[in-house]
Design a protein around this ligand. Sequence first.
Ligand SMILES: Nc1ncnc2c1ncn2[C@@H]1O[C@H](COP(=O)(O)OP(=O)(O)OP(=O)(O)O)[C@@H](O)[C@H]1O
Ligand SMILES: [Mg+2]
Length: 365
Amino acid sequence: MASVEFKGIVKRFKDNTVLNGVDVDIKDHEFVVIVGPSGCGKTTLLRMLAGLEEVTDGEILIDALRVNELHPSKRQIAMVFQDYALYPHMTVEENMSFALRLKRTGRSEIEARVQEAAGILQLQKLLKRMPKQLSGGQRQRVAIGRAIVRNPKVFLFDEPLSNLDAKLREEMRVEIAKLYQRLNATIIYVTHDQVEAMTLAGRIVVMNKGIVQQVGSPIEVYRKPANLFVAGFIGSPTMNFFSGQLRSEGDRLLFVNENMKLPIPSFLLHDGDRHAGREVVVGVRPDDVLVGRDGAECSGKMEAVLEVCELLGHRENLYLKLGGLRLLATVEAFFDRSPGSAVTLCFNYRNMHVFDAATERRISE
Ligand SMILES: Nc1ncnc2c1ncn2[C@@H]1O[C@H](COP(=O)(O)OP(=O)(O)OP(=O)(O)O)[C@@H](O)[C@H]1O
Ligand SMILES: [Mg+2]
């Protein structure tokens, strides 16, 4: 398997810059997930690595060798696309062996590789079927099988599960995790799905508008989002954001807006005085809005009104109104209150996030 480095990658289509200085180092055997909104350049980045798209500026290295000018067939990369792209007139076996037949690989070698991949993906019984005789999940496995038989250094997955229904997606997610353990491959995986990103990734790369916003382990990106964009993008339901100002009061630092006056403890922001007067945005995940609870982790108490409850099963979403602000709390079901009733809430201040309003960068620990 192989390491991959993107160094200062720029991609322009005519005068439209879609990647603007992407630097990411991917280690041998790593599972890296790229997430970001539609159009931020994820597919373009994968296509450039596979050699399907020219690099406008910067360098791509595979195992420390520059590949910018290397022909796609020489890069030992296999890409699995969202739409499977199976050949409809070929059986599963023929689909899987196609690339090897093109390369004039020996018949017994092809047979052995197809059998091995079919074993890994549990496709043995389906080898003689045509794609139209397969379910979506089975087709997806064939598409992955086609990549495996090529024995690539790097696997690229571009939203491979997004066409599947929720249950199948869950099953395939586990299959991909197992596949990774078994192949010990280097994998770069693009997804829109938060759960896929959090569960599969060794590291997550969060992108927006052609720029890398943060690279880190799933838990780092979730617990310490580097800026407002990452904070809002990672985590579901989305983080609550409140705009306001930091003020000094005696020896305390407070976050103040029309509806809130919250102490900001020194472990969140050191040298509180230094920040007094600063316009900030405070972020609190729905899980960290504590409703009707006391405790050491609790910030200042606030009164809110319950607008809507959504029962999710073991959890419940509470849509709350606090003065002129709206916020979401996720609590253990069953929260036995009817809409319109008053509730007391506070924030788990250990998990509060503070961002500079102007730069949008994280300033809290
Ligand atoms: N061949 C092309 N010619 C011109 N513009 C292109 C071309 N391919 C992609 N783009 C543009 O580049 C930008 C990035 O596209 P890309 O497909 O990489 O986004 P993405 O992050 O994969 O989005 P999605 O999540 O929707 O798949 C988009 O604005 C797209 O319109
Ligand atoms: Mg894409």
